[in-house]
Design a protein around this ligand. Structure first.
Ligand code: 5GP
Ligand code: ZN
Length: 299
């Protein structure tokens, strides 16, 4: 990527004021200034919640079995992070940690790190039985992890994702996705963010994955709201609008009231990316941000 050097300096200088690096690449401590904006954004997004939406918050880990049943290992095995730990009694563990090969003796637990906030919802909804005729809406959030190959400031290893979800008939899910897509311009304008909205695809794994990405594009299943942080040629996806067809419906035998396999859709907000986009656009001095933006974010 050729990064415009002025843009690079700008992003670097705002980053210094907002995020403190740790020994792990792509993992940062957040300053109060950064958190203030993330919290303002969370409330701003919350005010856009549809009526009759169930709110759920998830921890950063979820069931490995459930993620596997969702098909994650076929699509994104390269991004997965698993939780491992040391098994044994006190003397076993003491001996292990004294030795040099304790890493090799780690055992996988039944948990993985959440790669997106919506995965735990589908099995939870399926366990409740058929989806009511009006469909189901959720407001979820989780700390997410993806084992990314690079660690630019807008590609953190661990980041917070907020999502609105719809489970129901094909027309309910697609209608929900398209309604959010039609609100996206106004959403970004209320934050004073220059942006564009474009068709997108997920980084499916391997050769078969490239075909899956092409098919996703051809079927207009995914769109992203892009903001130029580093460069216009490689803008940053701050939100995504996803129609999953019956992928999760089939995986979890989610049925509508009429017995059809359910369709699902989600709209995802990358909290750090939105916050960074705000700082990159308006500067790190909150008092000099445009008044309507400050009002919208209660800053
Ligand atoms: P998606 O599931 O569409 O890939 O991700 C949903 C949203 O999460 C993205 O639009 C983006 O805002 C955020 N996101 C995805 N990957 C990363 C990442 O590596 N770092 C950060 N900071 N946010 C990400
Ligand atoms: Zn989702």
């Amino acid at each position: 990527m050729t990064m415009n050097s002025a843009a690079k300096d700008h992003v670097e200088s705002i980053t210094k004021a907002l995020l403190i690096p740790t020994a792990a690449a792509g993992v940062y401590a957040r300053t109060a200034l950064f958190e203030q904006v993330v919290e303002g954004l969370a409330a701003f997004i919350g005010r856009r919640r549809d009526a009759e939406t169930e709110i759920l918050r998830f921890p950063p880990v979820m069931s490995r079995q459930q993620l596997q049943s969702s098909g994650y290992l076929q699509s994104f095995p390269h991004l997965l992070g698993c939780v491992s730990s040391l098994d044994g009694d006190e003397s076993d563990i003491r001996a292990l940690v004294k030795g040099s090969d304790w890493l090799a003796r780690l055992a996988t637990t039944d948990m993985v790190l959440n790669p997106a906030a919506c995965y735990p919802v589908y099995p939870l909804a399926a366990a409740r039985g058929q989806i009511p005729a009006k469909g189901l809406l959720f407001d979820v959030a989780a700390y997410c992890f993806r084992h990314e190959a690079t660690h630019e400031i807008d590609r953190l290893q661990a980041f917070q994702m907020r999502e609105y979800l719809c489970l129901g008939s094909a027309s309910q899910a697609l209608g929900f996705r398209d309604r959010w897509l039609s609100r996206a311009d106004e959403f970004a304008m209320q934050l004073g963010l220059p942006h564009r909205i474009e068709p997108a695809s997920d980084p499916f794994f391997g050769r078969a994955g490239r075909l899956a990405s092409i098919s996703q594009l051809e079927q207009s299943l995914k769109f992203e709201l892009l903001v130029s942080l580093h460069s216009d040629r490689q803008p940053t996806a701050c939100m995504s609008f996803n129609y999953h067809l019956d992928h999760f419906g089939k995986a979890w035998n989610l049925r509508t009231e009429t017995g059809q396999i359910a369709h699902t859709a989600c709209v995802a907000f990358g909290m750090e990316r939105l916050a960074l986009a705000l700082f990159a656009t308006h500067g790190i001095e909150l008092t000099s941000w445009p008044t309507p933006v400050r009002t919208n974010l209660s800053l």
